[in-house]
Design a protein around this ligand. Sequence first.
Ligand code: PLP
Length: 396
Amino acid sequence: MSHWLELEQKYYMRTFNRLPVVLVRGEGTRVWDENGRCYLDMVAGIAVNVLGHCHPAVVEALTRQARTLIHTSNLYYTIPQLELAELLINHSCADRVFFANSGAEANEGAIKLARKYGRLHRHGAYEIITVTGSFHGRTLATLAATAQPKYQEPFAPMPEGFRSVPFNDLEALQAATTERTCAVLLEVVQGESGVHLADGDYLRGVRAWCDQHNLLLILDEIQTGMGRTGRFLAYEHHGIEPDIFTMAKGLAGGVPIGAVLAKERAAVFTPGDHGSTFGGNPLACAAGVATVRTILEQDLAAHSARVGRYLLEQLRALQARQPAIAQVRGLGLMVAFDLTTDRAAEVVRGALQRGLILNNTGPRTIRMVPPLILTEAEVDEAVAIIAETLADLPAA
Ligand SMILES: *Cc1c(COP(=O)(O)O)cnc(C)c1O
């Protein structure tokens, strides 16, 4: 066993079932392990490396910023933070932004905004309606919002103020609304549960319901944002605008960052309500500016739509001749397929041995969230390896 695997087993908290590779270098859509083996990366650090690994624009921005000013706190004005703020506001429906350091932290900010809004504008309402199969993070409040008992049970009791209803069921959401409700929190495409799409009619219905009852619509765009689904933000597919939305994962091309964005009427924080030592730090924001500019300049959202459609087509063609695949779904470069049996972990390991990185979100579901720079030739390469892996699965 590699020395590094032994060190992990000895020293690291037992939180991850990692694949047995030590990754040491990345470039574009490829990563290399400590033995020099190359892999095509269809996971991209879980939808994080949107420009691929070590993109020159990100490396250049980080290097320049690291030589200039790394951190100051938010006691002062800094330039990359304000450049990134302006870029995001100019390319979204939001009027104001707050930067955090992760997705969960961005969602915490959104939850606090919704509660303060309820206090000010809905007679003290504080409850947030979430949906089954969602994922919003691992802090206590975002875990309470996540509505998946397996994540919550070991850490009970959960913070109050969250109520979950079935996904894509407008009537259930309407029935769960009370005078205590202040907001609805949704993903446009659920990522961690294995790429499940919200219906357009459902989203428009939720938007109308929120308008009718003075509830805030919060969209978690942490995984779907940054061009992932074929639009810069996934809500753009459906002709609606949220009151609040959150971003993280791909926002700084691989550097930790999170953001909560809101329309003016929902941006109810006043000085002292919220803060962060690191949030919006010059290093992370310089990487964010480089990443967002590159995505916009190269129209990687349109590229993601095109290559994602091709990936779906190729997987559906494979499904037609490979009975192990039960279903294929996706939007842009956020794609998954279900197997007919619980063998997703075996498929991930088999593909890894053949030089392809995949991710299983459940016992029979494989997810792909590759860099947005992925080419059609690389789709062919990935699908060929998936086909070979499925064909070679030992009889169960
Ligand atoms: C990853 C993810 C989060 C949590 O982000 P972290 O940076 O891991 O805290 C929240 N919501 C969605 C939709 C995600 O995909």
